[in-house]
Design a protein around this ligand. Structure first.
Ligand code: ATP
Length: 193
């Protein structure tokens, strides 16, 4: 999957709508301290379904909304739109929007979807909020110091099988619920005899 375009509005320091075109190959972001380089990478992870405020360097998820400055009022919402193309050339448009007091809402190619649907779409394409392709500050040291189980997780994400684990967990849950229903049915049938 190739990320082609990113549009941010009201996200952290990006108060005005900003659009970035991402060219094929390795992309590095350079700029003076505090100009918003890490915020950009966080915007990509956020629109891909990141749900840990801590990994957004925030206390709560609403902290990603532009908080205002001495000269500009705070915003009521933040929105990030990611436009990507998968390996078969299919276009993918993902939008995540958060409003104060209303939580996050996601859209996938114009349809309202759940956070889980977005995360699965990216996991199946061997990418996502925790993809090793998104290299933030300190990430290299983190990889070197990682435990074997954490390294395995990174490899599984890179290989595109992370989504299969989520589906297996879902299937196991459904199987357990069905087994419980079956046991109940057998009890009821025994009562009819
Ligand atoms: P460095 O090179 O020092 O790591 P950087 O370019 O990665 O910096 P970021 O950490 O992305 O910079 O951006 C930090 C800036 O974003 C700070 O000026 C901070 O005030 C601003 N910022 C973060 N969250 C918000 C928010 N919710 N509202 C407004 N500004 C914010």
């Amino acid at each position: 999957m190739q990320i082609k375009k990113l549009r941010l509005s009201g996200f952290k320091s990006f108060v005005e709508p900003a659009e970035l075109h991402i060219e094929p190959g390795l992309t590095g972001v350079v700029g003076p301290n505090g100009c918003g380089k890490s915020n950009l990478l966080e915007a990509i992870r956020w629109v891909m379904g990141e749900n840990s405020p801590k990994s957004m360097r925030s206390g709560g998820m609403e902290d990603v909304i532009f908080a205002g400055t001495a000269t500009r009022p705070a915003r009521d919402f933040a929105e990030v739109v990611l436009h990507a193309e998968d390996d078969r050339g299919e276009q993918l448009d993902v939008t995540r929007r958060i409003e104060r007091g209303a939580g996050s809402a996601y859209r996938l190619n114009g349809r309202d979807v759940r956070a889980k649907d977005v995360a699965l779409t990216f996991a199946d394409a061997a990418t996502g909020a925790h993809s090793p392709a998104l290299v933030s500050q300190g990430k290299i040291a983190q990889v070197i110091a990682a435990k074997p189980t954490e390294r395995r997780q990174m490899l599984e994400e890179a290989a595109g099988i992370a989504g299969l684990h989520v589906r297996r967990r879902d299937a196991e849950q459904k199987l357990r619920a069905t087994e419980t229903n079956l046991a109940r049915l057998e009890d009821l049938m025994a009562g009819l005899d």
